[in-house]
Design a protein around this ligand. Structure first.
Ligand code: PLP
Length: 430
């Protein structure tokens, strides 16, 4: 970039940020500082979302209610603890495009995945397989393998891993549908991500669900990287269940209470499940009788009374999604990531490959990047960026992930990233 080009590029980025109707949401977050005192360029919202300013006060409120009211805060608290998980229900449903009764905030992601598989992975000798993508997130892989073994089957036969068939290891829709067609009769459960964590590829949930259902398979989605990122329509997609965590795009803090979706068609079904008292029908829960009567809908899968201190940040963060609106956030996200993508292709064509598909409907906000050439160059670039307060993440063996999130990232952040990579390519690469 010449100086004139640089000035023009910066003016354009600033213009785009000024015209962004969601720009003010950035001020509602605490942006960490780099060593020199400037704000970090934070591209790790796909790993741990930033802290909303309102979170601290919400936590103090709960501590105050505990101090002042103790057990009575269950009913008399500012936000009564007894129905606390219901305070997040509407907003959680809106974020993923579900009916309110289809979602519940509980546990953490991998726990919810296991609970869902208890109900929706019911292998038989003829139909014992689970279909997942190759290079699935390790926790999902462990969960799936252990479920297969738990039921007495052998992962060597019952775990089908879908290979990437595209140049960068991504999977075409055709390949997914072909696999379902070919193996469907022995697949008990199709479990795919909404957005694949490593490649950033987004999957089209409805056609996958339809194809799998036609073959008699159950379908679940892991939305860890999709919730708060894609404009999901889970109810319409028709999958049997979905699970996600809340600390990534949903900005609810480390280890935050996760989300779970069970489609309405199972709301009153007598499915096998691992039960606990909080999943008991509310009207009779406190009669403390031994027989279990499940609450209708996703609520019926709850085990324990909710961790209030961990749910308060979820309540705060989801309210921000309500204010911004998922459709508006996704619209901004598409523009922002397209800008980032175009800048990388134009300015860094000799340095970086973009693994993530270029089509808007095949990705969320994240771009997965690979440094061309030398094997260890990626790690060196990652270190270079880190030293300049540009926070991206590194996935072995060679992927840098950068996620411009629509709630707090700017076009200017993308431009600064690109400039820092150019500087490294020109001088620091050695
Ligand atoms: C982040 C992530 C997890 C993390 O699981 P936890 O149970 O929240 O620790 C699991 N699966 C996928 C796909 C993820 O992206």
């Amino acid at each position: 970039m010449t100086h004139a080009n640089l000035a023009a590029a910066e003016a354009l980025a600033l213009q785009l940020d000024t015209n962004d109707p969601l720009a003010s949401f950035r001020d509602e977050f605490l942006i960490p500082r780099h060593a020199d005192g400037s704000e970090q360029i934070y591209f790790c919202g796909n790993s741990l979302g930033l802290q909303p300013r309102a979170t601290r006060a919400a936590l103090i409120d709960e501590l105050d209610d505990w101090r002042n009211l103790a057990v009575e805060a269950h009913f008399r608290g500012k936000h009564p603890w007894m129905p606390y998980h219901e305070l997040v229900r509407e907003d959680l449903a809106a974020v993923v495009g579900a009916l309110p009764g289809e979602v519940v905030a509980m546990n953490s992601l991998t726990v919810n995945l296991h609970l869902m598989m208890v109900s929706f992975y019911r292998p038989t000798a003829e139909r014992s397989a689970i279909l997942i993508e190759k290079n699935a997130f390790p926790s999902d892989h462990h969960a799936v393998e252990s479920q297969i073994r738990f039921h007495g089957y052998d992962p060597a036969r019952a775990l089908i891993e879908l290979e990437g068939d595209e140049a960068n290891g991504t999977i075409s829709q055709d390949a997914i549908l072909r696999a379902i067609d070919e193996h469907g009769s022995r697949i008990a459960l199709v479990l795919l991500p909404g957005v694949q964590y490593l490649t950033g590829q987004a999957f089209d949930l409805a056609p996958i669900t339809n194809a799998a259902h036609r073959k008699g398979c159950r379908v679940g989605f892991d939305l860890a990287h999709a919730a708060g990122n894609l404009h999901l329509q889970l109810h319409d997609a028709g999958c049997d269940f979905a699970v996600w965590c809340s600390y990534k795009y949903l900005n609810s803090g480390p280890g935050a209470v996760a989300g779970c979706f069970v489609h309405e068609r199972h709301a009153r079904a007598d499915l096998p499940r691992f039960a606990g008292w909080w999943g008991h029908d509310q009207a009779s829960r406190f009669q403390m009788r031994p027989e279990f009567i499940p609450a209708a809908g996703a609520d019926g899968w709850q085990l324990s009374n909710p961790p209030i201190l961990a749910l308060a940040p979820v309540r705060v963060a989801l309210a921000m999604f309500r204010h911004a609106g998922m459709a508006a956030l996704r619209a901004k996200s598409e523009t922002l990531t397209a800008y980032f993508d175009a800048l990388i292709r134009r300015e860094l064509a000799g340095t970086l490959d973009i693994i993530t598909p270029q089509e808007t409907n095949r990705r969320g906000c994240q771009l997965s990047l690979r440094v061309k050439g030398l094997r260890d160059a990626g790690r060196a670039l990652f270190d270079h960026l880190h030293a300049r307060g540009i926070v991206v993440d590194w996935r072995e063996p060679d992927v840098i992930r950068a996620a411009p999130t629509p709630l707090y990232n700017r076009h200017l952040d993308c431009l600064r990233f690109v400039r820092a990579v150019r500087e490294w390519a020109a001088h620091g690469k050695a």
